[in-house]
Design a protein around this ligand. Sequence first.
Ligand code: GLU
Length: 309
Amino acid sequence: MIMTSSKTFQPVLERIAEEIGRTPGRGRPADYIPALAARDPRAFGMAVAEPDGTVYGVGDWREPFSTQSITKVFTLALDLAREGDELWEHVGREPSGNPFNSLVQLEYESGIPRNPFINAGALVVTDRLQTRTGDAAAELLGFLRTESRNPDLDFDREVAASEDAHGDRNAALAHFMASYGNIDNPVPVLLDQYFRQCSVTASCADLALATGFLARHGVRADGSRLLSSSQAKQINAVMMTCGTYDAAGEFAYRVGLPGKSGVGGGIIAVVPGRCTLCVWSPGLDERGNSVAGVAALDRFTTLTGLSVF
Ligand code: GLU
């Protein structure tokens, strides 16, 4: 273990980047959204943010990438902050054991998705946030801009259009849940919101900072409270059990932190009370998680001893 209380995370980040740089074989970028397929699988960046907003980074840590499913954490937080426990009547909080875009479980379970991080669950959360705000994607973007202190964060229209053009499965999920009365807004409105949400582009530095409220037990960067500490704990727990597709058990085993991945190759992770992390490398494993990203987080918790276990 090289540090548990050192003032700076920079040496450990540099050691991890050096180790990752020597590791061949990095998986393959997602190609089901053509706009994502062009990224170099050898790109790698990692950032750590402390609760006071100090941020450390290495490699491509300021390079913007497609956040994709990482945004599901933020829409969940924004909706939970507004409606509280009523949300859990519309979406569960158990791992699904199925791929992120699976339809099968929904019919057995009467249109109530297993958790907010599979696509069906995220569609329900975005739908409810849309009802409460009138523009869920704008609400998300505003939150990310404020927490990351980066007013330039934006949607990527090309990625959103690409998702729309290849969005039959998400459309099927939304229509299916609408048939059970678990979607309030017109499906085309919801899909537009969801695709824009997934298209937000941000860097490791931006996302490590934006995730800070989960390390600060629900408190935003300006000191105001978004969530109760109990709600922040709940989100961290759902990230731990459901945040990395159907490999959440393996992620908990290797990394030991709440985390959420996206098919753009990013992963955010939280050490409650201590720091937040974001790592990015576009090459994915067969479950959809960044190969170098999981390896880097594994090394981080091993080298620092900073895990929840
Ligand atoms: N926009 C993606 C989809 O719904 C999100 C995928 C992901 O990152 O898990 O297909």
